[in-house]
Design a protein around this ligand. Sequence first.
Ligand code: FAD
Length: 479
Amino acid sequence: MRYDYVIVGAGIAGLYATLNIPKDKSVLLLSKDPIWECNTFYAQGGVATAVDEEDIYAHIEDTLKAGAGLCDKEAVEILSRNSILVIEDLIARGFEFDRDEEGNLLFTKEAAHSRPRILHAGGDATGRELHRFLLQNTHAKVFDGVIVIDLLIEDGICHGVTVRQGAKQFNVYANNVFLTSGGIGSLYEFHTNAKKISADIQGIAALKGLPLKDMEFTQFHPTVFVYNKRARKFLLTEALRGEGATVVDEEGRRFLFDYDPRGELAPRDIVSRAIFRHQKAGHKVYLDFAAFSEEFFKKRFPNIYRTFRNLGYAVPFDRVPISPAFHFIMGGIKTDTWGKVEGMENLYAVGEVACSGVHGANRLASNSLLEGLVFSKRAVEDSLIQDRQIRPKEFRQLPFVLTKSEDKALKERLRHIMWHKVGIIRKRGELEEALEFTQEVLEQDIGYLLKLRVLSAKAIIQAALNRKESVGAHYIEGE
Ligand SMILES: Cc1cc2nc3c(=O)[nH]c(=O)nc-3n(C[C@H](O)[C@H](O)[C@H](O)COP(=O)(O)OP(=O)(O)OC[C@H]3O[C@@H](n4cnc5c(N)ncnc54)[C@H](O)[C@@H]3O)c2cc1C
């Protein structure tokens, strides 16, 4: 199998890349099963964008501020300057963002944005709408129900990938390889991510010596309903607080103001830590919707309305118990501002799997869908300029044993340790214990997929140990 492009992952980054690749190029898009099980599908709040040319400066400033001085300024400027272009492109292709009765685009506000600049679709179903639209419009050959388990790299060139489909294993070769496989949610006990997002490709990167950057910067979302049995915990979008929902304790007190004068609209890490500390002090924490009428809630947040009504909460009249949970990783495979993986010729990484530098130590809300759009387009542009024809080369099939009998228990322990020792508030001693655990597991006879998970976790822990001071989403106590 040989293609012009092979794309690993069918979220916003992978799908939007395919829309930008000319139709005369052959494109294979690979995804796990089912195809909607990705973080893009579950995105609720929306896509951040500069509202107009004048707003670009403020959007850049807000992004840099959230990133706590560790963003790549050039990447942030590219993100914001291109935001209007990609949004116009989506609209021109027929995508419908929510509008008011006069047909004007509706912008909402989220934490740490200095003005309303988040576009949404289907109320709180932006991700689902975008995913469906992009899937409907792709000309790529889509192959789901597969797992990419290896990258065929030699002398700085990625010749293709090794794919597993059930017991069948085969290599796919390409002139350009795009890694758009998303984040690392399943490494944590409590997370908001699609359940198939398990850091395989970051693990392969660690194994192959591809550069990983900013892995210690893991973002915890403050308002998550964690009391369901599913692996994926249910997120209550930031837009709820942007529109007036409040965070209260069992006495109805808005305690966040004890921690930060911005209260509910302080950056995510501050709100998450405040809730975490308040819970540790023995309090219960809720999201309160008293500011909303039922009609408004139902129209603006239809998905959340339905979900909680089904769970027995009469929202917006009932408040909902919440807790922080892992949500997003700022770090990933290091790329340049064209999405190209450092040190590689034809290998690109875009979206949550990548570290393009736009998020620094903390992501500004709703900048990640935008990152997927802007940088996938740029990666395609770069690949078209290079117009590579990689000389065909066959790679031997390696005998991978994906799982072994002890893996499940070890995987659960890893998730528990990541949540408790590599979580919202970190301590050096606990990080060292977590690192030791990963080393012990790696020395055991484990399946290959678990090995990839553990390698990704190890990269996060090592980066957290190397970062001695608290900054952005990395908070270390007792140094
Ligand atoms: C609940 C929730 C709400 C969010 N809300 C917002 C929001 O409002 N605004 C915003 O900007 N961001 C939001 N985010 C973050 C944002 O959704 C993600 O960062 C973004 O969608 C990531 O897109 P992606 O294309 O990089 O990866 P994903 O959309 O996660 O797609 C990854 C793809 O890679 C595939 N894959 C993974 N590993 C392999 C493998 N080994 N082999 C083959 N395929 C593989 C998966 O099957 C999937 O198709 C939210 C995230 C969550 C979880």
